[in-house]
Ligand binder design. Structure first.
Ligand SMILES: NC(=O)c1ccc[n+]([C@@H]2O[C@H](COP(=O)([O-])OP(=O)(O)OC[C@H]3O[C@@H](n4cnc5c(N)ncnc54)[C@H](O)[C@@H]3O)[C@@H](O)[C@H]2O)c1
Ligand SMILES: O=C(O)C(=O)C[C@]1(C(=O)O)C=C[C@@H](O)C=C1
Length: 312
């Protein structure tokens, strides 16, 4: 494999999946001149045509196997449930010394599905940019998506440090802050900061939708800021989120169990008119938010240290 050109981090990047995250990466990589060539593959011919039309890839391939040939970085940017089949297809075609990473929202299930298909001499470094929107597809990407956002890497012990350093360099060069942690911890943290909140938003919007039928759209017409934020989140891609809950089952059920207990306690306080309970609870949660602001912490950063393993 020839060396990457000056200023570039990788010579040829292959993007498998051409949706929000892949197209944002491509825009950012191109804007910063970090790769000599970007090759793209998506299942649908229409997505491939859009990628060429917008110009965020240099060329597209008809198959994932063809896309990864000669690439020194391969990015799996498909729904979590599709990662294993893609890895099985590309495995025999990966170039020796290449790095394979993914951007999936769940990490342990991706490692279990992908790692068995990665040949010796190819570096597999799982990753997850904590940045996104409710939009999907090749038209939804933009170069600044990762600016000042966390990008978590979950390399397994023994991963080549030089390969990790190079991937970190790419993520940082497109604006992200990089941290490393083990996959199980990642999945628990994200169950708290992202997965369960999405489920709550889906539920709340579903409840309001049921109500709207009764109240003839009042719910939507008079929706306040908090509910509008829920509707944005609940507009996220159904396939992506189906796969998140199917593959981060244990951590999500753990956090959902705790959430339900707290909700029942608040429900009981409301029924009993227990104002002291409600006031104490809301005072505690307000203090958490204020503490974050007073500490000058970036509120877009998940608070890794606070999360306890299940059972604590
Ligand atoms: N959207 C977000 O906010 C966000 C943020 C961080 C990470 N992620 C993760 O990034 C990955 C991609 O998400 P996205 O938001 O870019 O999705 P997207 O829907 O915008 O794009 C997904 C791409 O994968 C392709 N695809 C879907 N099913 C496939 C299959 N079975 N085989 C091959 N290709 C398939 C689609 O054609 C599309 O090109 C997911 O694993 C998701 O969990 C998403
Ligand atoms: O802002 C949004 O639309 C998001 O929900 C993005 C978000 C998140 O929960 O923060 C969603 C899932 C990803 O795995 C990472 C980021």
């Amino acid at each position: 494999m020839t060396a990457a050109g000056q200023g570039t981090v990788y010579r040829r990047v292959a993007l498998i999946g051409l949706g929000l995250i892949a197209s944002s990466m491509a825009h950012a990589i191109k804007a910063a001149g970090l790769a000599d060539e970007i090759v793209g593959f998506a299942k649908s011919a229409e997505s491939r045509a859009v990628a060429i039309d917008i110009g965020f890839v240099d060329r597209t391939a008809e198959t994932a196997a063809e896309a990864v040939r000669g690439a020194d970085l391969v990015v799996l940017a498909v729904p979590v449930g599709a990662m294993g089949a893609i890895a099985a297809e590309i495995g025999p075609h990966l170039a020796p010394g290449a790095t394979v990473t993914d951007v999936g929202s769940v990490k342990q299930a991706v490692i279990d599905a992908v790692a068995p298909h990665i040949p010796a001499g190819v570096h597999f470094i799982p990753g997850h940019p904590i940045a996104g929107t409710e939009h999907s597809g090749p038209r939804s990407g933009f170069a600044t998506l990762f600016q000042n956002r966390w990008w978590l890497l979950t390399p397994v012990p023994g991963t080549d440090p030089e390969a990790t350093r190079r991937l970190r360099q790419l993520c940082e060069s497109i604006g992200a802050k990089v941290d490393e942690m083990d996959a199980e911890h990642h999945d628990l943290v994200l169950a708290v900061t992202s997965h369960t909140p999405h489920l709550i938003a889906y539920t709340m919007v579903g409840v309001a939708d049921d109500l709207a039928r009764v109240t003839d759209s009042e719910v939507i017409q008079y929706s306040a800021a908090g509910f509008r934020d829920f509707t944005r989140i609940a507009a996220s891609d159904p396939t992506m989120w189906r796969d998140v809950f199917l593959t981060n089952k244990d951590a999500t059920l753990e956090i959902l169990g705790r959430f339900t207990e707290e909700l029942f306690a608040l429900q009981r306080a409301i029924r009993l008119g227990d104002g002291a309970h409600l006031h104490a609870y809301f005072t505690r949660t307000r203090a958490i938010r204020r503490g974050i602001i007073e500490a000058g912490q970036d509120t877009s950063a998940p608070d890794f240290g606070r999360v306890q393993p299940p059972g604590k």
